[in-house]
Every structure is written in structure tokens, then in C-alpha cells.
Design a protein. Structure first.
Length: 339
């Protein structure tokens, strides 16, 4: 079976791709590789891996020939990044993925799995499930919802469509991100002995380890079509719904440090507590890793120096750097050369 992973060079993709290869699948990765091809260095020589540097908005549909499953992860990631270039976010995260879904159906791909986010629930009280009304508050969340709607319309007996709404992800990845709550907390303590917490700490958020995200994809790809076709699944675990202040205390406890907090930002308008009963009952999916596991692995990697907080680990800062660099280069290029 051949799987195409769009966004395979990203935070989730760089963990998912090795897992798929380990499971015995042939894998094509379609990615812009904003963060470098070396992200997949550990599997780059695997004969079952093909890497394609392209963009979901423009790639040639011939890439989909002989592909059985598409896992569509390509997106400008997270809410702050979405507000940096709102129109580009809609073009890539919504229109780009709608295009991938449409071309996949036309090419005879059997299954399409869309990566969405629990952030589309916005600010809501109570325990939310897949039937709860959505309330996307940001461009990133709105683009996810539009992509869901466009993909789900294509579901048929011949084209199996599944929508996965992931909890907030944490844990070590070759394409590391420190702009995620748990990861950023660990880095904050490592650098300043204080854990950064977005005000006011009472907001609810569900969490999931990046390896469990990869596990969810494997579970879905192996599940019978009648259980997943046209379905939306929240992906995470009920036990990992946290308010942000207690989450910070859990991070501190797991890496055995005294808890010292440092507030930042305006009060977060996003707060949601999610039920993950459907994916557990329908597919038998269970997470394996905890916030403690993720915190310890990141802290250990920072201590021994295998992980650093380069600009590439902070998505918005890296995108800004790329945009500014483009302006500088364009201002001095003559006849397609700098020197």
C-alpha cells in the first residue's frame, strides 16, 4: 500500500513518516520543506520513501498515481501563524487541502484523511463531542473547518474520507516546535527556571503526544471503511484535558522542579474541554503517552544538547524570517544573481 503524506516534513509529519515506513507502507512525502529536508534524515535512504518538494496549491496531480491513501497535513500551523498572513492561511489550509482532496478522488485514491484541530470548537462550556456546534475564532480554525466541509462532501463508497480533530500536540519531534504549550513550558524552565503560562491559566485545552498522533493515523488506515467513512473523530484522551495552570504544575512535577510561573500574553479566548469517547469506542484507539513522558523527553534532550531552541523551532518567527529574507534578496538581485 502506498501513502502520500502532505506536510510530511512538519512537526507531526516527521514523526508520522518513520512510523508508516516502520509499518511497512510505501510513503511519498509532499512538502515545501520550510524547515529543511534534513528533518527526515533518519529515513532518507529508505527505499520505500519518496520525497517531493512542491506545494499543495500547485502540484501536478500525476503525483497521486498509484497512491492508495492520502494523509493531508500540509498547512501553516497554529493560530498565531494563521494571523501572520490570513489570506495565505486560507489559500493553503483550506483551498490547498480542498484541492488535494478533489485531485485524490479524481485520481482514484481509496482513502483521504484530513488533519484538523479541536481549536475549531473555540470557547465553549461543558464537555464537547463531535456533534457539538463549532465556533472557530481564528483564521487557522476557520480554515480547518472549511477544509472539513469541502472534504466531507466528497465521501463515497469509492472515496473514504475521515476527518481527525487533534488535541494540542506535544512531545519531541525532528521538526521541533517550542510554540506549543507543553513544549514551551519545558523550554521556559530550562532557560530561566520559570514556566511561561498564558493568562489567565483557567482556560481548558486537550493534549496529545505527537507519537500518539502518528498512532491514530495508523489506527485509522487499518480500520474498516464502514467505521470511518464520512466520520469526524476527536483525537486525544479524556484524561489529558487540562486547565493551563494545573498543566504547568504537572510539567514541573514530571521533570522534578520547584514550580515557578511567569505569566505572559492577554487572556486566551480559546477554551474547550473535549470528549474522546467516539474514537475509543468506535476504533478502539487509546493514547499511550502522558504529559509527563513528553516533558521528560524534551527536558532530557535539552540537557544533553541534542535539542536547541533555534529560530526554526518557533513557527511564527521562522515564517517572519523567511518573508523578510525574501524582501532583502529581491532588493539586491540583478539578472538572477546576488554576487
Amino acid at each position: 500500500m502506498q501513502v502520500l503524506v502532505t506536510g510530511g516534513g512538519g512537526y507531526i509529519g516527521s514523526v508520522l513518516v518513520p512510523r508508516l515506513l516502520q509499518e511497512g507502507y510505501k510513503v511519498k512525502v509532499l512538502d515545501r520543506f520550510f524547515f529543511g529536508k534534513e528533518i527526515l534524515q533518519s529515513v532518507s535512504k529508505n527505499p520505500n520513501l519518496t520525497m517531493i518538494q512542491d506545494d499543495t496549491r500547485w502540484f501536478d496531480g500525476k503525483i497521486l498515481k498509484n497512491v492508495d491513501v492520502v494523509m493531508d497535513l500540509a498547512a501553516l500551523s497554529n493560530d498565531p501563524s494563521g494571523e501572520l498572513e490570513p489570506q495565505k492561511t486560507l489559500d493553503i489550509n483550506y483551498k490547498g487541502r480542498a484541492r488535494v482532496a478533489r485531485l485524490s478522488e479524481e485520481a482514484g485514491v481509496k482513502r483521504y484523511i484530513l488533519a484538523s484541530s479541536c481549536s475549531i470548537y473555540g470557547f465553549r462550556d461543558g464537555l464537547l463531542n463531535e456533534q457539538s456546534p463549532v465556533n472557530p475564532l481564528t483564521t487557522y480554525a476557520k480554515a480547518n473547518r472549511l477544509a472539513e466541509i469541502s472534504a466531507k462532501k466528497l465521501a463515497s463508497e469509492k472515496f473514504i474520507v475521515t476527518l481527525l480533530r487533534f488535541a494540542t500536540v506535544y512531545g519531541y519531534s525532528p521538526r521541533m516546535r517550542f510554540d506549543l504549550a507543553v513544549n514551551g513550558m519545558v523550554l521556559g524552565f530550562f532557560k530561566s527556571k520559570q514556566i511561561p503560562i498564558m493568562r489567565d491559566g483557567t482556560q481548558w485545552r486537550p493534549f496529545i503526544h505527537v507519537k500518539d498522533v502518528a498512532g491514530a493515523y495508523v489506527k485509522v488506515i487499518k480500520s474498516p471503511a464502514d467505521k470511518i467513512n464520512g466520520e469526524i473523530f476527536n483525537v486525544g484522551s479524556d484524561e489529558q484535558n487540562y486547565q493551563i495552570l494545573p498543566l504547568a504544575k504537572e510539567v514541573a512535577k514530571s521533570i522534578k522542579i520547584s514550580f515557578k510561573k511567569k505569566w505572559y500574553g492577554d487572556p486566551d479566548s480559546r477554551s474547550y474541554k473535549i470528549s474522546f469517547k467516539k474514537i475509543k469506542d468506535t476504533l478502539g484507539y487509546k493514547t499511550k503517552f502522558t504529559v509527563g513522558d513528553g516533558s521528560r523527553e524534551i527536558y532530557s534532550a535539552l540537557q544533553i544538547g541534542t535539542l536547541t531552541d533555534s529560530i526554526k523551532t518557533k513557527t511564527v518567527e521562522w515564517y517572519k524570517y523567511l518573508l523578510e529574507s525574501k524582501k532583502i534578496v529581491e532588493s539586491i538581485v540583478i539578472k538572477n544573481t546576488i554576487l
